[in-house]
Design a protein around this ligand. Structure first.
Ligand SMILES: Nc1ncnc2c1ncn2[C@@H]1O[C@H](COP(=O)(O)OP(=O)(O)OP(=O)(O)O)[C@@H](O)[C@H]1O
Ligand SMILES: [Mg+2]
Length: 246
């Protein structure tokens, strides 16, 4: 579970995340929506301890990221930037990560197969297409078999088959009981990846877990009306962030 409370970030005079409150629960895919520049990546970096909040805090399973004893096993992340040694093969990139975290070689092969890179795993990652690079990033995020996944715009660069694949993968991961937070600036894509439902209906919702999803909407520079707050217990409302559950 990921919980943010009054999470804020300012760069100089500019506030880019303003008192954001949310809870991301396990068992469902949570979409994190907002236009370019709304603060999605900044929020994700704060969850991962890569950026320090100006005020407020965010925890994963009740702890600050920096206090997690085995972070790679608890949180897997794909951020926008590709951080792969371009001369290394996909296999060796993952193997290096695995070796430094006590993860088995068998697990490396398993995640390679899972993301569909089996045929190109021995090729130089630097020569990968954008979509193949995204798959490699997802493999790295899954390497430690983490209970929480944070993926920043994972559909970027994927072809229609790849988009369908990632939709199903995210739903399967959530159905296994994982917490899945996925950002997008594409409302249309999220509406397909996510299967929205109202929080109130959850008690009576008989659909399997992987069919249930909710979303957090960042309104970015356009402060939203205070409308959704008292209809849902989770999450709360902040001035510039609206949380929708449909
Ligand atoms: N290191 C930084 N220094 C100064 N400003 C920054 C920094 N990182 C982000 N910003 C600013 O913070 C705002 C939010 O950026 P962020 O990358 O979090 O948005 P985003 O929602 O991820 O956008 P996109 O959909 O384009 O990925 C932007 O105005 C950006 O210019
Ligand atoms: Mg971003």
């Amino acid at each position: 579970m990921i919980q943010a409370q009054a999470l804020s970030k300012a760069y100089g005079q500019k506030t880019v995340v303003d008192r954001l409150n949310f809870t991301v629960r396990p068992g469902i895919v949570t979409g994190f929506l907002g236009p370019n520049g709304a603060g999605k990546s900044t929020t994700m970096r704060m969850i991962l301890g890569l950026d320090r909040p100006s005020s407020g805090f965010v925890t994963v399973n009740g702890k600050l990221y920096a206090d997690l004893p085995a972070p790679l096993h608890e949180v897997g992340a794909l951020l926008e930037a590709r951080s792969v040694h371009t001369g290394r093969s996909a296999y060796n990139h993952l193997l290096a990560l695995a070796r430094t975290h006590g993860i088995s070689t068998a697990r490396v092969q398993h995640v390679i197969d899972l993301v569909g890179l089996t045929d190109v795993a021995r090729k130089r990652a630097g020569a990968f297409s954008l979509g193949m690079g995204q798959r490699l990033g997802i493999a790295a995020a899954l390497l430690g078999d983490p209970g929480t996944l944070i993926l920043d715009e994972p559909v970027n660069g994927l072809d229609p088959d790849g988009i369908l694949w990632i939709r199903n993968l995210l739903k399967d991961l959530a159905a296994e009981g994982r917490t899945v937070l996925v950002s997008s600036h594409l409302m249309s894509e999220m509406s397909l990846t996510a299967d929205h439902h109202r929080h109130r209906e959850r008690q009576t919702d008989r659909r399997p877990a992987h069919r249930r999803t909710h979303r957090i909407v960042l309104t970015g520079h356009r402060p939203g009306p205070h409308t959704a707050g008292n209809r849902t217990a989770v999450p709360h409302q902040s001035r510039r962030c609206r949380h929708h559950q449909q």
